[in-house]
Design a protein around this ligand. Sequence first.
Ligand SMILES: Cc1cc2nc3c(=O)[nH]c(=O)nc-3n(C[C@H](O)[C@H](O)[C@H](O)COP(=O)(O)OP(=O)(O)OC[C@H]3O[C@@H](n4cnc5c(N)ncnc54)[C@H](O)[C@@H]3O)c2cc1C
Length: 497
Amino acid sequence: MAQRYDDIVVGSGISGLTMALLLARAGRRILLLEKAGHIGGSMARFYRGGIPFDVGFHFTGGLQAGGILHDILSVLGIRERIRPVFLSGERSASFIFEDEGRAYDHPTGIAKIRKQFKQDFPGDASAVDRYFDMVESVCSRTPSLNLHSNVVAPPLLDEDFISLDDVLRGLTDNQKLRGLLSGYCMLYGVMPKEISFANHSRMCLSFYESIACLEKGGDSFVEAFTGAFEGLAVEVRCRTSIAELADIREDKANRFVLSTGEEVEAENCIFTIHPQEIVKLLPREQMSRAFVSRVASFEPSVGFFSVFAALEDGAVGPAAGEAIISLFPTSDVNELLDPSYRGDPALVLIKAVDSTGGVQGVQILAPSFAGHVAQWQDSRTGRRSKEYYAYKEQQTRRMMERVNKELPSYSGRLRVIDSASVLTFRDYLNSPDGSAYGVKQKIGQYNVVGKLPLRNCYAAGQSAVLPGVIGSMMSSLLVGRSVLGKDRYGVFVDKGS
Ligand SMILES: Cc1cc2nc3c(=O)[nH]c(=O)nc-3n(C[C@H](O)[C@H](O)[C@H](O)COP(=O)(O)OP(=O)(O)OC[C@H]3O[C@@H](n4cnc5c(N)ncnc54)[C@H](O)[C@@H]3O)c2cc1C
């Protein structure tokens, strides 16, 4: 007889882990499927020579008391298992515009940032104020940022229909200030002219309020969830995915054929994977032509070419308060995130927090797209041509030359350990295009979130609402609320908060 579960969750990144834990804590029996050999998706760290490196998690906002991530972790019952290291001081993050030869410091706390930016741009003080007022206003009117009132289809705001770029152009003629206020587009990988001001605000507010790394990076999340699964009915199967949705009756899938050939039954199946991968599994006759073409039209958000380096023995690099440095060759962020741009890329340097006292890892990220490595797209990790390795070496050398030239605190102190292209990310994370944040969230775009054309199948994940740890976890809470029902979810949220 086929094994029976209440819910199947597909994908074990931060979205799938959140969904599995939410439903299991509500007493449901869960089968969590992961295509890779380990759980965690972008959260899982990897080690080279004993040095930990992060794949897709370095820092987050929202962990301060009353912050959105603090609340989400409380509701899930795992807040105590996560130990944040807050970046504080006047230079939590720093943006350097190379064309101007000037660094702009970014303290944490909205009041402090406003003050700092107004000092840096005295002629534009009212534009700075207006910008932060607008960001706060959007977030206060966004139901998904409130765990009690989140719904899959919230009402749209006027700011959902105007781009970040248009808002900034209306506020100031100062290109540097516009570049600085667009700098966090790197957090979601969409050009300022393509993202709505509302989604930009929803992504950025928590980073303005506080920035924290975690003591064990993304592994902190993986360990917290794994620990919380103990004693709950969560069965995890790695190297397993869904091969077919079968026995479709009354717009429901009644059996699920796994890649192992086994068949299981479940009341619901929640996908936390890329929407274009979900569509491949849905029976063609269940989908409207409009739905298929909408999903096909989604473009990938930015990906990254990533250099993994270690601070040489004894070197400390920049002070702990300067863990994140963005190096921008131009203040035109539209250009820096344009797939056809071929000039020097933006670089984001992030020093890992490591409490073990071991050698510190530093990751250097440069925006990159599938088109940059198109000639090797048919190859797989470990089996690529020597031309590909030469490309990686050349990219790495160029990036390190810039770091050594522009950043005295790192100059000559970094030893390159490894590098990864968008193809590496694609293969490692089982995503179709190696983008960092799933699909590009463009202004006016309707994402795939919640119920799919089969009534008992749902979509969540970083492409559903917004990317990043917060956006991905929020998507699972929103969709989890649909699966559990408003009342059951409400009890759960009230208990946790
Ligand atoms: C270089 C980089 C740096 C980043 N830095 C940050 C940061 O500092 N802070 C932040 O908040 N966010 C950051 N992000 C973004 C963040 O990592 C993601 O938005 C988030 O982790 C996505 O979570 P997810 O669960 O939706 O997807 P994923 O983490 O991609 O998980 C999806 C999982 O599904 C699995 N899967 C795929 N297909 C199948 C299938 N058919 N069957 C079963 N399993 C399948 C995959 O193997 C994977 O484990 C970064 C991303 C990158 C790439």
